[in-house]
Design a protein around this ligand. Sequence first.
Ligand code: GLN
Length: 393
Amino acid sequence: MKELSKITESFSESVIREMTRVCDAAGGYNLSQGFPDFESPKEIKEAAIAAIHKEYNQYPVTFGEPELREAIAKKAARYNGIQCDPDTEITVTCGSTEAMIATLKAIINPGDEIIVFEPFYENYGPDGILSGATPRYVTLNAPDWSFSLEELEKAFNKKTKAIIINTPNNPTGKVFSREELQQIAALCVQWDTYAITDEIYEHILYEGEHISLATLPGMKERTVTINSISKTYSVTGWRVGWAIADKKITQRIRKVHDFLTVGAPTPFQHAASVALAFPNEYYETLRAHYQKARAFLVGLLREAGFKCAPPEGAYYIIADTSTLMAELDVDNDFSFSSKLIEVTGVATVPGSSFYSIPSKGRNQVRFCFCKKWETLFAVEKAFKKYFKEIGKY
Ligand code: GLN
């Protein structure tokens, strides 16, 4: 048989999603892939069921049902301070995952470079490869995940087509400050670079404020703002996301989107438009739960001997495993992760999944805490049992 594509040879399937399969096979506690195990809000589920009964069961408008685009535009104006035209500047996609790759496909030419902060959300690696962009990485330095302005300046050049920003950030929990975003914006303007911001954790924020890069001077026409209902409304399986961008960029994104997926599920788009009008109280309750879960898991991990800092946003914790490697008789992030699930039933994501050079994540694993108390307490019990046996606690 003839050789398959060279491009798809150069990356592997997602480790994050593989860890869910490993966890399910072991009957473990899934603190690996970031999705909630508690019930999704009743109102959004009822809205989806109602939409199905109302016969919203056929193809949607390719780039998004008008009702949802209206709701997104209103929410973007109210919450993010982004004014956009729902008819020409919004594309509804199958999750933010599709929004990101469709955007890259829409703007990248061979030889173009993209800047990515590292550690990064796993998808951005293959996204870059599939779109043909050459990535340049700028380090987010533990423990506060700050970056060096000098390093960022050096990453920009004539070939820089876009920079990807994810705030609040997965996996570090970093919330980019206004000053940092201003530095990024100034460089984007100076080098005539697009910015693609993944803001799906905008409501899951414990410190600082969420700022949409598109609202900074000179950025609206060059920024693609990506979001989704997955994390905010705990419906990660519904696959409804979107990209907000200037009309010219949107025209290109819509073409890619149309031929990739035709459209995101119609009934869930209608349910999404209901959810986007939830009262403030909904977001406050969500945030309050995650804030408590964050404190709980950080405490538990520190007691067990991991080194970690409370994330400023999102629902992940990068934990340093250096001091536990010998005790677990392992020597890298993959063997640590396997051993941990074997001895405690707790699934994590090996740190190397978030780096261009795997060795950089050798002493790290990522935990997520978007779980109900029952799960978190079961993790506590399993951890205390095992770590007591090896002399911790
Ligand atoms: N964002 C989630 C994570 O990092 C996973 C999203 C996905 O699997 N599509 O765990």
